[in-house]
Design a protein around this ligand. Structure first.
Ligand code: IMP
Length: 450
């Protein structure tokens, strides 16, 4: 399996971290190729829980290169916090390599993300407010600051100055609004309007930001590398690279439920751009899907459940965001959407996670088509946003199971109803299920086939 991509097949939080961690055992390098600290991976190793936002899941293996690719946007403060936290827990960080071309999330990106969401009010996207969208926007505008810029103070200062200028107006407006609100609430007593207008936000002061980031540069320097070349060397030696996707197919900027998407491309094709390899370097694509569906943030979600079954999934599945702690919206497995994800990524294998969460439900439902508001039957994922927004799913019902699956380690140990559920999914989407998650622990998996 020399080049293997792992992608989320739904709306994120499918358990990609655990699947990557398991497959990483047989890999030589693990590369993240998009997204930033909007992601959150939880890995349980020997009863110890590890949460990552930026660092690839393979970091717990001391003998594997762990790469943050050029397609990632990284907040250096968060990354350094993760590095220090892992070091304190005895994890060897020498194998962490960071692309010199990756873009940095700057303090003004985080402020702009929040400002954008506040401004949209009820229409907000529900972003993670980590600065992802504004950072990718600056990258496209060619106003971005890259990891390599941290190593040259003069260039860094000049680039921050240029990038900062167009943001200042928007941020000043936000800051004035905020201060006014605070003043009205009695917290800014004695501050005049003029003083409010002039007060600079210390977080986006050019001098402070430059100093701070030069310091970040010194601390990150040992990890900065030409990561494309690193991938080529591993692949050319016939060894295995895992390209670890963050977020998921339906949050893809081009192919997801726009505008309720993230600002990068989490689909498999983006691994080539975000890591700097060619399409023919990719041999396998694994999609990871939960046995049901969840979504955080706003946007269409046809199979969403706002009833006792949805609560069952929320509570039994501990469906709270790793990054923001928000409750995730829960619903039935949507095979129309999954088929779309399978084709977009041309998946070769599927991993189904959290099957144990469905135990205790008498009947399991899977969406097999949608019906539009006008009554038309839709067998494929509609490309038009308005149709998707008003589509209602039509379900196939399958018998549920009540046994606790957490101790199952082989397909034979799963109840027949659980096997039937898996077979139905695999047959419907035409991709074999190779791995099934039956609990949070690393060993709580059922491998199917080799
Ligand atoms: P952003 O990526 O912070 O700009 O958020 C855009 C949308 O993607 C929002 O609906 C977020 O909730 C969602 N999102 C971003 N990252 C993740 C993730 O790792 N898991 C699930 N949803 C995510």
């Amino acid at each position: 399996m020399p080049g293997l991509v792992i992608v989320g097949a739904q709306w994120g939080d499918e358990g990609k971290g655990k699947v990557t961690d398991l497959l990483a055992e047989r890999a030589d390098a693990i590369v993240r190729f998009q997204g930033g600290n909007n992601a959150g991976h939880t890995i349980v190793r020997d009863g110890e829980e590890f949460k990552f936002h930026l660092i690839p899941s393979g970091i717990l293996y001391p003998d594997k290169a762990c790469v943050i690719g050029n397609g990632v946007v990284l907040d250096p403060r968060i990354l350094l916090g993760e590095i220090e936290g892992l070091r304190r827990r005895g994890v060897d960080m020498n194998n962490l390599k960071i692309s010199a071309n990756a873009h940095l999330i700057m303090p003004y990106h985080v402020l702009l993300d929040t400002a954008g969401e506040v401004k949209l009010g009820k229409l907000s996207l529900g972003t993670t407010r980590r600065g992802i969208g504004p950072c990718y926007a600056d990258k496209a505008l060619r106003l971005g600051i890259r990891v390599q810029d941290l190593l040259d103070e003069k260039i860094l200062r000049a680039k921050i100055r240029t990038a900062l200028e167009p943001k200042q107006q928007a941020l000043r407006e936000l800051s004035v609004q905020r201060r006014k609100l605070r003043k009205e609430a009695g917290e800014g007593g004695g501050v005049s309007e003029a003083e409010i207008e002039d007060a600079p936000d210390p977080r986006i002061d050019l001098h402070t930001m430059t100093e701070e980031h030069v310091n970040f540069g010194h601390r990150l320097e040992p990890h900065i590398a030409d990561t494309s070349r690193l991938c080529w060397d591993v692949l050319d030696a016939g060894k295995t690279v895992i390209f670890e996707g963050a977020q998921a197919t339906l949050l893809d900027l081009d192919h997801g439920t726009y505008p309720f998407v993230t600002s990068s491309n989490p689909i498999a094709g983006a691994a080539t751009v975000g890591a700097g390899v060619g399409p023919t370097d990719i041999d396998e694509v694994w999609g990871v899907a939960k046995a049901y569906a969840t979504r955080v943030g706003a946007g269409p979600f046809p199979t969403e459940l706002e009833d006792a079954t949805g609560r069952h999934m929320l509570e039994k599945g501990h469906e709270y965001g790793t990054t923001t702690g928000r409750e995730r919206r829960c619903g039935w497995m949507d095979l129309v959407a999954l088929s779309y994800a399978v084709r977009l990524n041309r998946m070769t294998s599927l991993a189904i996670t959290k099957l144990d969460v469905l135990s205790g439900l008498d009947t399991l439902r899977v969406a097999v088509r949608y019906r539009s508001r006008e009554g038309a039957l839709l067998d494929t994922f509609p490309y038009h946003q308005s149709i998707l927004h008003s589509a209602t799913p039509e379900y196939e019902e399958l018998p549920g199971f009540s046994a606790d699956l957490q101790a199952c380690r082989s397909a034979d140990e799963l109840p027949p109803e659980a096997r039937r559920y898996l077979d139905y999914i695999a047959e419907f989407v035409g991709v074999p299920i190779r791995l099934v998650g039956v609990g949070p622990g690393r060993d709580q998996v059922v491998w199917i086939g080799d």
